[in-house]
Design a protein around this ligand. Structure first.
Ligand code: NAP
Ligand code: MG
Length: 517
């Protein structure tokens, strides 16, 4: 079609290089999925420089899906050099903004949508995401994110600024928003494709080139994305994907002198390490880190809605959700009823094969994570919290964990303070009517990613939203993220936004130009 033709014409047919892809293919979920497993550098799939590989595992049964290239330091240098060349001298930098937008909007996003079942299946087997959720959220929101940011490409504008005139002459100052250059993106395993999309879409819309490192445990949708981006017509070197270790690949990217920006999502300790590494050449950084998001439920709420949403706040994506409600504060007068309703609902949850369309709750992402969660529950018990249900591994192959509820959780306890990142509901009571007391407790955390409140009293809701120290506040809803709304934390949950217009500016720099005439 027209767009494809314009891209081809722009690139010149003769420049079209044959993309050679070696796949690991599997018949699964009533389809054949073709999975690239090598590093994607400068538009080509290639083995790691030193030939190293590692196995990626399906958490539903512990089986090996594929042996994936494990990038070396030399691969990082190659990928950064390719991204630098593509940024400085490639066709990417000369491409019209409208064409760049169309490349993202139509060629890439449409191709991702055409492959949504395959992408969702790969995501499901690699990360344990329930297929129906993978299709709607992991893949669906990724496509939306590329469409949303595509719209920004030709709307990146500066300003004209009235400065003091150098009389008798005149001056004109205007600003230009420029891409930063080579960006490194390092992401976690909970929403492998969506985390890639949230960061890459803003980064590319701004006109940068990138080198992305997926989490070791979930590399496959990133590599499938690399294939689709090449097929969509992205010039070589614009997008490079390096599966491999954080301590090696992530660290080297964060320290690399030719990388000018790091976008990171993951844990707070790693975020701090990245900030230190980035100091080597004063890279711009944005960090989306851990959370322990409070959810306050008042007795004047719509109880059934609060139960339903409260459960989603904790158990969505098996609790592997950055904004998961890490702690629920329930007003004393409805506390017992709330808990018993939650337990009733948990009994109805279907735990099982994530590819089964009726499954509600799949396996945890990987074995070490499951083990950490079981340990977390042990700690809760030892500290004297009441385990109302769950707390154990499910007796079946794979890394499944029972949806868990703890009550009588006191402020000093480890489980009141630390994130589980799993299907663990941590409930504390608060005294009837004690709005300021519960607010103080909700804010007594170094995290500040998200928060929520359920009440029909709009004044109380708005007061609470004003006082909560968190980058996101949900009122009478939860998990309502949208591509157009800025997403990111306060305090030790990091800084810099994903999504929305603000995310675009994380990947731009402002140049002020002054003319005298
Ligand atoms: P993590 O260790 O921070 O890993 C996130 C990413 O950073 C991975 O790709 C990791 O590589 C990489 N990395 C590790 N060390 C690095 C270094 N020195 N320099 C650069 N990159 C490095 O987090 P995780 O192990 O995935 O999860 C641990 C905890 O992080 C969770 O339990 C949760 O508390 C938090 N978390 C938060 C979010 C969020 O969205 N806010 C998402 C996921 C996890 P590897 O693949 O080698 O580990
Ligand atoms: Mg895996």
């Amino acid at each position: 079609d027209f767009i494809q033709m314009s891209v081809r014409k722009f690139r010149g047919e003769d420049k079209e290089e044959e993309l050679v892809i070696d796949y690991v293919s599997k018949n699964v979920n009533n389809m054949t999925v073709n999975m690239p497993y090598q590093c994607f550098i400068n538009g080509q799939f290639i083995n790691a420089d030193d030939g190293k590989t590692y196995d990626t595992i399906n958490p539903a049964d512990g089986s090996i899906i594929a042996s994936v290239s494990s990038a070396s330091l030399a691969d990082v240098d190659k990928a950064v050099a390719a991204a630098k060349e593509a940024f400085e001298n490639g066709e990417w930098g000369r491409m019209n903004a409208i064409l760049r937008g169309n490349l993202m909007l139509q060629l890439l996003a449409d191709l991702m949508e055409e492959h949504q079942e395959e992408l969702a299946t790969i995501e499901s087997i690699d990360s344990g995401a329930v297929y129906t959720l993978a299709l709607k959220t992991h893949v669906g929101m990724s496509v939306q994110t590329f469409r949303y940011f595509a719209g920004w490409c030709d709307k990146i504008q500066g300003a004209t600024i009235p400065i003091n005139q150098a009389r008798p002459n005149h001056n004109l100052t205007f600003t230009k928003k420029e891409p930063i250059g080579v960006c490194a993106i390092v992401i976690p395993w909970n929403y492998p494709l969506m985390m890639l999309a949230w960061k890459s879409a803003a980064c590319l819309a701004a006109g940068n080139t990138l080198v992305l490192k997926p989490a070791q445990v979930t590399p496959l949708t990133s590599l499938k994305f690399a294939e689709l981006s090449a097929k969509a017509g992205f010039p070589k070197g614009v997008i490079n994907i390096l599966p491999g270790s954080g301590g090696l690949v992530g660290q080297h990217l964060s320290e690399h002198p030719d990388v000018r920006k790091v976008g990171f999502t993951g844990s707070t300790p790693t975020g701090k390490q990245i900030m230190k590494s980035a100091a080597t050449n004063l890279k711009k950084v944005s960090l989306e880190l851990g959370g322990k998001s409070p959810l306050i439920i008042f007795s004047d709420c719509e109880l059934d809605r609060a139960v339903k949403m409260g459960m989603g706040a904790v158990y969505f994506n098996k609790g592997e959700n950055c904004i998961a409600a890490g702690r629920l504060f329930v007003e004393e007068s409805i506390h017992d009823e709330f808990v018993s309703k939650v337990v009733e609902e948990i009994k109805k949850m279907k735990i099982g094969d994530p590819l089964d369309r009726s499954t509600d709750h799949g396996p945890q992402n990987h074995k070490a994570h499951l083990e950490k969660l079981l340990q977390y529950c042990e700690t809760g018990l030892k500290e004297g919290a009441t385990l109302v249900c769950g707390g154990r591994q499910v007796r079946r192959p794979g890394f499944f964990m029972e949806p868990t509820v703890f009550t009588d959780v006191e402020d000093h306890m480890y489980i009141a303070q630390e994130e589980s990142f799993g299907p663990v509901m941590v409930i504390s009571k608060f005294k009837n009517g004690d709005v300021d007391g519960v607010l103080r407790r909700a804010n007594t955390t170094e995290y500040g990613l998200a928060s929520g409140v359920f009440t029909k009293d709009i004044s109380k809701a708005l007061y609470i939203s004003e006082k909560l120290e968190a980058g996101t506040v949900f009122i009478n809803t939860y998990n309502k993220t949208d591509v157009a709304a800025p997403f990111g934390g306060f305090k030790q949950s990091g800084f810099g936004k994903d999504l929305g217009e603000e995310a675009l500016h994380e990947y731009l720099r402002t140049k002020a130009i002054t003319v005298e005439y």
